[in-house]
Design a protein around this ligand. Structure first.
Ligand SMILES: C[S@@+](CC[C@H](N)C(=O)[O-])C[C@H]1O[C@@H](n2cnc3c(N)ncnc32)[C@H](O)[C@@H]1O
Length: 302
């Protein structure tokens, strides 16, 4: 497999780790290890007794393991965070960092199928062991399911017509590559906005393949119980669906509706936000274009 020079450039590195307010002897979790940039920064702020647990579901990320006795790297989906921390004897932690989404490595390796730049088979699995792939979604989903994926996760107005066209086309032959998919959907790609619409289509498929919304919800729901009082969450999101869930969860402790009130009429919520929304500086975006859509939110356990 082709490897890239830089696995991943960490985004909002200082701001995100500052958000954890690292205590030298604390226990922290980086649920999206990737190239290990954020983990390395956490380790640099921990003392000898501090501990860091990191998760990544992509086996390619395991090659970036940092040789440090304070680090335990877990090759699992962070939707199982509580279960695997418990397995390592940990019930509560001082902070959790998440840098959601896809690593540059995943984008840059053509065969992974995440990028619209390459001629590659439809795949997009972050965990290569998973059965659900982009090929399966495009070739086996019913028309109404495809429509829902494009509408909900890609916010594409042409979703019904796109789904219909895909279902029609695949009666003649399977859609195997990204290039084929692009040619099937050609009429929905206006020349001036081709890349933007294609990115929305790819985003929608990727979210479905990796079940990103369900996973994020399951993960967020476990975090209040996992944190000690005063413990921190520091989360970077890259698209509005993700950021909306994080924002609502921090504000209300739930995704829909409003929390219950206590006997004094105050909302009973498990977290309070720390600072407002943090986004990368112009300089960071200039140096690393992939930082452009990043949104950092920090919260503290009450
Ligand atoms: C944006 S990258 C993180 C980069 C990292 N912060 C760094 O500095 O190198 C996101 C990583 O999280 C992993 N990931 C995404 N969703 C995951 C999940 N549900 N469970 C475990 N790992 C996940 C991806 O495989 C990817 O390596």
């Amino acid at each position: 497999m082709k490897t890239t020079m830089v696995y991943h450039n960490p985004v909002l590195l200082k701001e995100t780790v500052d958000g954890l307010d690292v205590k030298a002897d604390g226990v922290y979790v980086d649920v999206t290890f990737g190239g290990g940039g954020h983990s390395k920064e956490i380790l640099s702020r921990l003392g000898e007794k501090g501990r860091l647990f990191a998760f990544d579901q992509d086996e390619d990320a395991l090659k970036n393991k940092i040789n440090d006795p304070r680090l335990t790297l877990i090759h699992e989906n962070f939707r199982y965070i509580k279960r695997f921390l418990r397995f390592h004897g940990v019930k509560q932690v001082d902070g959790v960092l998440a840098d959601f989404g896809v690593s540059s490595h995943q984008f840059d390796v053509a065969e992974r199928g995440f990028s619209t730049r390459f001629e590659a088979d439809l795949d997009m699995r972050m965990n290569q062991q998973n059965e659900l792939s982009a090929f399966h979604v495009i070739n086996n989903y019913e028309e109404h399911q495809l429509k829902q994926v494009f509408l909900e996760y890609g916010e594409l107005r042409a979703a019904p017509a796109m789904a219909r066209l895909i279902v029609e086309y695949r009666k003649t032959e399977p859609i195997i590559t990204g290039v084929q998919l692009k040619s099937v959907l050609r009429k929905f790609l206006p020349p001036r906005h081709e890349n933007k619409v294609l990115a929305q289509i790819y985003q929608a498929i990727r979210i479905e393949v990796n079940q990103e919304i369900e996973v994020l919800k399951e993960f967020l729901e476990q975090t209040p119980e996992l944190l000690f009082k005063g413990g921190r969450l520091s989360f970077i999101s890259y698209h509005s669906l993700e950021d909306r869930l994080v924002k609502r969860f921090i504000r209300n402790g739930m995704f829909e509706g409003e929390p219950e009130r206590d006997m004094f009429g105050n909302f009973e919520v498990p977290l309070k936000k720390v600072n407002g929304l943090i986004v990368p500086s112009k300089e960071e975006i200039k140096a690393n274009n992939r930082a452009r859509s990043a949104k950092l939110r920090i919260a503290e356990k009450l």
